[in-house]
Ligand binder design. Structure first.
Ligand SMILES: [Fe+2]
Length: 308
């Protein structure tokens, strides 16, 4: 009898292993150029069930329309620089992320900025067309590269880039759920935008206790996250982070940071990018900040939110 039970367990174990291996191979075959390289868990007391968000940042995609990218050099060389280890350029990776998000039915796709390597109509339209395939909401945070034109062209007000932002508003976008919100603000200029501060103030006045996950392109700096400053300087020669003690800070940036990282803040987590490396540290005793490594390398982050 004991012998038969052991065989049954062995058989069940083998079936489970085979299923796991087949699932892995099927996914790898379907999405050969992308992978989830981080799973980040956020606990928010009172949240019912579990939420999953796909976070992408710094994809730096480009659709070639001209040979000469001005200060960015030759288009072929530049585009090839934003490839995954297999050599697949970022514009070809994006459709796989869209299909992956639709297949996994994540609750939303969150983007941390620099989805485009530079602004061109072709780049913005391509990104918008891909986003339109999603079967769930998304939040598009503006990065410094998204607005940068190598040919010094102004981004027209009717650009597809602004259509990616909720309500065409780059300063403050929000996804609301029953027990928390996700908010994207504009700090692509390496300062917090005045409009972001104004709307954030309004929001927090009306919803002082609603837990918030904050998205921004450029990471924030407080003395508590000194290691991030050191790493940023080591990689870039200067701190690519925002806050007093890191770089010049405007009164608006200072006020914004005092508000959202203050003792009364409902912010529970901050997700950023821009630095092209991974770093997790605490901005305050209760607010962790993630700096996520770039998606052009084929990487994406799954953010799981649940109650305790
Ligand atoms: Fe970037």
């Amino acid at each position: 009898m004991k012998h038969r039970n052991r065989n049954r367990w062995l058989h069940a174990g083998l079936v489970l292993c085979a299923t796991l291996v087949l699932t892995f191979l099927a996914k790898h075959y379907e999405f050969p150029d992308i992978q989830i390289n981080h799973v980040e868990e956020i606990t928010i007391p009172g949240v019912e069930g579990e939420y999953e968000f796909l976070f992408l940042t710094d994809l730096h995609l480009a659709v070639k329309t001209k040979e000469d990218l001005g200060p960015l050099g030759n288009a072929d060389v530049r585009i090839a620089g934003f490839s995954n280890p297999q050599g697949t350029v970022s514009a070809k990776q994006l459709p796989q992320w869209i299909s992956y998000a639709n297949q996994e039915q994540v609750d939303a796709v969150l983007m941390g900025g620099d989805m485009l390597d530079y602004y061109s109509d072709a780049n913005a339209v391509y990104l918008k067309e891909q986003m339109d395939r999603l079967t769930m909401p998304y939040l598009f945070t503006l990065g410094n590269h998204d607005l940068f034109s190598p040919w010094e062209e102004a981004v027209p007000a009717e650009s597809a880039l602004y259509e990616l932002c909720k309500g065409g508003n780059t300063a403050f976008q929000i996804l609301e759920y029953e027990d928390f919100v996700i908010c994207a603000i504009d700090n692509e200029s390496y300062q917090v935008n005045e409009a972001s501060l104004a709307v954030m103030k309004e929001w927090l006045n009306e919803h002082p206790d609603k837990p918030m996950i904050l998205l921004a392109h450029v990471p924030f700096y407080t003395e508590q996250i000194e290691g991030l400053k050191e790493t940023s300087i080591r990689v870039w020669g200067q701190p690519i982070i925002i806050g007093e003690g890191a770089r010049d800070t405007t009164a608006v940036t200072r006020e914004f940071m005092e508000l959202v990282f203050g003792a009364e803040s409902p912010v529970v987590a901050v997700f950023t990018g821009d630095n092209h490396f991974y770093y997790k540290g605490n901005l305050t005793d209760s607010i962790p900040q993630w700096v996520i490594d770039p998606s052009f390398a084929g990487n994406g982050t799954m953010i799981r939110v649940r109650g305790n």
